[in-house]
Design a protein around this ligand. Structure first.
Ligand code: NAD
Length: 341
């Protein structure tokens, strides 16, 4: 089987999962290089993944003649310069979300990607590859719920990880809760409603972990969107879910509705004890979405091998950041914001 030779940049919270998938689970990929600024992560790549080429500098990895593609899983603020570097080196790109943390940078990346039409550029909105979300999309396309007109999206990180997230320095480089976390839900709303929002009203609060305020962000945020085609979006994102990692989406149509993981169950087991019937919840994003991460990277390799367009492209990345900024603007101003594209 022809394999795409990939170098990964970033082996942190998510990069580790992607690297393990690329090394052991994706048949059409070969992980040949890894780049990180953390020496222990390079040791992990060498010792656990048997990666041949190790780099502490992204440009040097891109210069390797042994790579067809790179996976960019570094802090979001570095995505623009690393995308530019990889395109100039002639590498296909899988880039994690958000595309960039400013709209200007997203537009610059669009132009760069357009200048290299033969290189595949895929963005990491992995929920579109998740078997349950893909099933919901297929049912909607088959007419199972009539015309979808509303999406209610919840995405809350585990409270157990909040303090370590704050310690890690991730938050100030993330773009903020709307650009970072809500980008997935915004992308799902656009995908399910097949349209873009034209207005948003947002609010935010920090109740439990005051350090989110100190780091210029919010612990919890909510927003209501109107879409150009009459659709409505309702968003709730947060970073303090006590029962686990809660990702839930409801799509409502004229003939019915679909809910994806209303209970974010760990598995099908129910524990019956003195308190009642207990369903343990999924703990974090690598546990909930590992299968989706593998499927999206396999699809990326197939797009490269077959010269196909990726399901999630650079323009989807720009839209998510643009809409995220409108959310932020509404929150800052306390006013409803019209979204211009
Ligand atoms: N799709 C998802 O579900 C999802 C989940 C989490 C994170 N992400 C995204 O993945 C990216 C990484 O997030 P994370 O949580 O893994 O971050 P992290 O802070 O845990 O890890 C960042 C990694 O990047 C490396 N790094 C930092 N600067 C670098 C540089 N200049 N060159 C090369 N490597 C460098 C670090 O060594 C580390 O390995 C972000 O863009 C984030 O938005 C996506």
């Amino acid at each position: 089987m022809k394999k795409i030779r990939i170098g990964i940049a970033g082996l942190g919270r998510l990069g580790r999962s992607h690297a393990l998938n690329l090394a052991f689970k994706i048949p059409n990929a070969k992980l040949v290089a890894a780049c990180s600024v953390v020496p222990a992560e390079l040791d992990f790549a060498k010792n656990e993944l048997e990666v041949e080429e190790l780099y502490d500098d992204f440009a040097k990895m891109c210069a390797s003649p042994n790579l067809d593609a790179v996976a960019i899983v570094t802090p979001s603020v570095y995505h623009p310069e690393q995308v530019e570097c990889a395109l100039k080196a002639g590498k296909h790109i899988f880039c994690e979300k958000p595309l960039a943390v400013t709209v200007d940078d997203c537009k610059k990346i669009e132009k760069m990607a357009e200048a290299y039409p033969d290189l595949v550029f895929a963005l990491g909105f992995m929920r579109r590859f998740d078997p349950s979300y893909a099933y919901a999309k297929k049912k909607i396309e088959e007419g199972a719920i009539g015309k979808p007109y509303m999406v209610k999206a919840t995405g809350v990180d585990p409270d157990a990880d909040a303090e370590s997230l704050l310690d890690s320095g991730y938050v100030p480089k993330s773009g903020g809760i709307f650009i970072d976390m809500a980008s997935h839900d915004i992308d799902l709303m656009r995908w399910f409603l097949e349209d873009d929002p034209d207005s948003v009203y947002s609010v935010g609060t920090t109740v439990k972990h005051s350090r989110f305020t100190e780091q210029g962000d919010f612990e919890t945020a909510a927003a209501i969107f109107t879409f150009k085609n009459g659709g409505i979006g309702q968003l709730h994102v947060g970073r303090a879910s006590v029962h686990g990692y809660h990702i839930e989406t409801e799509i409502i149509g004229t003939e019915g509705s679909i809910r994806v993981s209303p209970v974010p169950a760990k598995n099908l087991a129910l524990l019956y004890d003195k308190t009642g019937a207990v369903q343990e919840c999924v703990r974090n994003f690598p546990e909930r979405f590992n299968e989706s991460y593998a499927i999206e990277l396999e699809a990326f390799c197939n797009a490269v091998l077959e010269g196909k367009k990726p399901l999630v492209n650079v323009y989807d990345g720009t839209k998510a950041t643009q809409i995220g900024y409108a959310c932020k603007e509404s929150l800052d101003s306390g006013k409803l914001v019209k979204i211009e594209y």
